[in-house]
Design a protein around this ligand. Structure first.
Ligand SMILES: [Zn+2]
Length: 351
């Protein structure tokens, strides 16, 4: 029996015993979206960048978004503080530390190279910086990792192809490619060529679809881009035939409940379709998206849906199981089996 002082973590350290401590994989996490105001100001000072906010409180005040675009404007603006490989290492270390405290055992991390190359930071600097942290993640934080390079869908297809080309010397550190940023008006098919090239290089494929864009974008991502996982995918619920297909083909959907509220896809967490999606038999996972901006890390998302939707410990365990099943750990099945047995062994404490 684990009370508040029970030990549950892989290291046997005392940790949280609710959904936060539940072992889980995080599959939808933009590393740039983990930039907390304190680190942003510290990096700004170090790099001689002036931020248009008086202090961290003023910056937090700006985190009241009306939609995806209003968030993206601030998100890209704040990236100006990320200049050196060390900056990216520090950013990633900070995320991994927070993730470990919230039960994360495996993380598949997105990054947006074009948001940095556009500011004169070479893709090699970004990947070197991220990798320096990821290489010691297991030892320091007990978290295995994969890196997924995302293309900005509001940039051109040519720019995406050039980005893939520039990343070629670093492909040993990259597991897959993704597609993010402003969705509406930028259908998946725009990136057919770059996804074909990525597949030919042996890269795994995922894409954001059906967050603000229509359910048709989800079909297109599957059929035209050949993706294995859909990021968000919320709007599949408007298309029963598509739901049937996603269930039949076991296509994972990486949901981000707190992000959906902050970006006004839904009004309140209690309106989230997660429960209905689970009941429909969809392979859904819970993730944090851009946790510094959306009010919480992945454990906070688990806590949030448990409270708002009344999820049982068994339903939470199903979400954790799904996260490992949906991961790219099929290249390391013994590890996946180990994580899954940690999920089964986890004891929810009284809270
Ligand atoms: Zn996202």
């Amino acid at each position: 029996m684990h009370g508040p002082t029970g030990s549950n973590g892989p290291t046997g350290l005392t940790g949280p015993t609710g959904p936060t401590g539940l072992p889980k994989a995080e599959l939808h996490l933009h590393i740039e979206g983990t930039l907390e105001p304190e680190l942003a100001f510290a990096l700004a000072a170090r790099n001689g960048v002036t931020l248009p906010y008086a202090d961290t409180a003023a910056l937090r005040e700006a985190y009241r978004f009306s939609d995806l675009q209003s968030f993206l404007d601030l998100y890209y603006g704040l990236m100006a503080v990320l200049r050196t490989a060390e900056d990216f290492t520090e950013l990633t270390d900070a995320y991994l530390g927070r993730a470990a405290a919230q039960g994360v055992r495996h993380a598949e991390i997105f990054f947006d190279p074009q948001a940095h190359t556009a500011r004169g930071v070479p893709v090699g600097t970004v990947i070197e910086g991220l990798s320096a942290s990821l290489e010691r993640s297991e030892e320091r934080y007990g978290i295995s990792t994969r890196l997924i390079m995302c293309f900005l869908r509001d940039e051109s297809a040519e720019s995406a192809l050039a980005t893939l080309e520039a990343a070629k010397p670093h492909l040993d550190r990259i597991t897959g490619v993704g597609l993010d940023s402003a969705e509406v008006g930028h259908p998946p098919a725009k990136f057919r060529e770059v996804y074909e090239a990525a597949a030919a290089l042996g890269l795994r494929r995922v894409a954001h679809a059906g967050e603000e864009g229509p359910a048709a974008y989800i079909r297109e991502a599957l059929d035209v881009l050949g993706v294995e996982r859909i990021d968000h995918g919320l709007r599949c619920m408007e298309d029963p035939e598509l739901v049937e297909r996603l269930v039949r083909e076991r296509v994972p959907l990486t949901l981000c409940p707190l992000s959906n509220v902050r970006l006004r896809a839904i009004d309140v967490l209690a309106d989230h379709p997660l429960r209905a999606m689970m009941a429909a038999g969809l392979l859904v996972t819970v993730n944090s998206d851009d946790p510094a901006y959306f009010g919480g890390y992945v454990g906070d998302n688990f806590d949030g849906v448990r409270d708002a939707l009344g999820l049982t410990p068994e339903q939470l365990r199903e979400l954790a199981r799904n996260s490992f099943e949906a991961s790219f750990l099929d290249d390391d099945e013994p590890r996946r089996a180990r994580y899954l047995s940690e999920v089964e062994a986890y004891e929810f404490g009284a809270e």
